[in-house]
Design a protein around this ligand. Sequence first.
Ligand code: NAD
Length: 358
Amino acid sequence: MEYNIAVVKGDGIGPEIVSEAMLVLDKVGEKFGHKFHFQEVLAGGCSIDKNGIPLTDETIEICKNADSVLLGAVGGPKWDDVPSAKRPEKALLGLRAALGLFVNLRPAQMHKALADACPIKPEIIGDGFDILVCRELTGDVYFGKHYRRESDKGWGETGADDMNYSVYEVERIGRRAFEMAMKRNKKVCSVDKANVLETSRVWRETMHRIKDEYPEVEYTDMYVDNCAMQLVRNPGQFDVIVTGNLFGDILSDEASMITGSIGMLPSASMNESGKGMYEPIHGSAPDIAGKGIANPIATILSCAMMLRYSFGLKDEADAIETAVENVLNAGHRTADIAAKGEKVLSTSEMGALIREQL
Ligand code: NAD
């Protein structure tokens, strides 16, 4: 099969890590008989430098026409002083909106070989954890009306933000979460605050209705405050966590941080037709940009997610994930995940070892 991938290398370490990921895709293509066509486009700071704006119509068009988008990271101190409407990060929001990306998937997996980096005690971690946080991206209080009014209690100026979820939006993300769980360990935990919020009561009722469509999946509800606690108390209990935009924003960061290694974590944002934008969760790391020492694994694992979720290439995705696991198990490390005194690999050496494993 042939696939067209729009590539946004972006700023900082973006070009270094994405180049390694593209070589990994080439290798997968060679091994499994696929052809990945890459079309590189500008977005973020590099687009501001060339075009005066972080995202052009041309970039949007190319990304819309591609089968999926691979993105490095955007932003950096060079563009810190540009007006907020033109900041590099606006490119991400623009791409999300243009592609209709409504679900963000963030796996938080503890690689056994990196257990020392995990900030949680070994007796809690046990055999590790493998969580997929499925966050709704286009609704909730972030996209409600934001306004100011007089306080009902006579306390003067008051900020207000409307929180909304329609049944349609919950069904859409809920079904996606169940479908993900069917490809994993068949457990869905839906997180809300239904003891307080009407939005959450609609969320919960809707989830209860659609869960019957997936009898093989074990379903639970959890309040968001409890979930925040359970993630550090017993992360191994979770498979897929599905939640709204606000709670997902916080919980996905928490879930990522308990793995202890930001350079290792991929993410995907997808639309209704299954097209996605795949990117590491970390930023452009300007402090190490250009030094050739960034960890390319998060971006390489983002490619595995692209193959699995947008292209349905399970074996190919497994092959990348196994190659990464093998390289880590053999003790190879980039600077961010190396213990004191351990030999440190460059970005390209790490990429080459992963390709060798393939
Ligand atoms: P960051 O994730 O770029 O860096 C945080 C720390 O982690 C730094 O010390 C960095 O060196 C390290 N790090 C990150 N990725 C690494 C990797 N692959 N290998 C080794 N070390 C790595 O976060 P920040 O410093 O807060 O942000 C820097 C810039 O990135 C800012 O302009 C920010 O707006 C932008 N940003 C972009 C995205 C995105 O494009 N999706 C996300 C977050 C931040």
